[in-house]
Design a protein around this ligand. Structure first.
Ligand SMILES: *Cc1c(COP(=O)(O)O)cnc(C)c1O
Length: 230
């Protein structure tokens, strides 16, 4: 992992990339949020982010994140961005400020029960496999409306938007199509259910410009900030 000084420099470079992409897409400067992704890195990665004033970090495994959360007293929000198994719903609802990877009605029911026993509202994003990649998690484009309908019936979950991970492909046009699909889907769901769904979590280190061009409100960035994961 990088040291703090390189992390700080990488942050500056990242902010330049984001600003250029916002400007190219005629979007408001500073509109796109950055979620540093600290998975597979030691707790120092989270400390760096907190020190530079980031509000939250993304982790993709419950077990790894919970160990970090328990061992630190950092003032930061933890977001789950990786696949969540139903048998971990309870612990996830206890430790994460938001779940970005809600991808089935069954998981939604478990999370709602867990949030209720925690006495909290749990913010969630619906993860959609908008690139129809067999290697990726997420509800299908066709299944998204049904999933949203079941989540809206659950009193302890608050749906704030959609999330996707683009298929691995050296051709960035594949990522662009995936991101455009997610945005179109969001617009459709927003109109048919008459709810805002403001958040579009899409874009990572290598495809964030494409995501910002298609309307991303939050990019999730690991490698560009912290270097390669071990
Ligand atoms: C690891 C991960 C990221 C960050 O990817 P980088 O290429 O390292 O920026 C973003 N989103 C999800 C869901 C991830 O698992």
């Amino acid at each position: 992992m990088t040291d703090f000084e390189s992390f700080r420099e990488n942050c500056l470079k990242l902010r330049e990339r984001v600003a250029a992409a916002e400007s190219a897409a005629a979007r408001k400067p500073g509109e796109v949020k950055i979620l540093p992704v600290t998975k597979n890195h030691p707790i120092d990665a989270v400390a760096y982010a907190a020190k530079l004033g980031f509000k939250g970090v993304g982790e993709n495994r419950v077990q790894e994140a919970v160990e970090k959360i328990k061992s630190s007293s950092l003032e930061i929000e933890w977001e789950l961005i990786g696949h969540l198994q139903t048998n971990k719903a309870k612990i996830a609802a206890k430790y994460f400020s938001r779940i970005q990877s809600l991808d089935s009605a069954r998981l939604a029911q478990k999370l709602d029960d867990a949030a209720k026993s925690e006495g909290r509202m749990l913010p969630v994003l619906l993860e959609i496999n908008a690139g129809a990649d067999p290697a990726k998690f997420g509800a299908s484009m066709d299944g998204a409306a049904a999933l949203l309908e079941s989540v809206l019936a659950l009193p302890n979950l608050e749906v704030q938007g959609l999330m996707t991970v683009a298929p691995l492909d050296s051709d960035l046009d594949t990522a662009s199509r995936c991101f455009a699909n997610l945005r179109t889907l969001r617009d459709k769901l927003r109109d048919s259910f008459r709810i805002p769904l403001p958040e579009l979590s899409m874009g990572m280190s290598h495809d964030l410009e494409r995501a910002i061009a298609e309307g991303s409100t939050m990019i999730r960035v690991g490698t560009f900030l912290y270097g390669e994961r071990i």
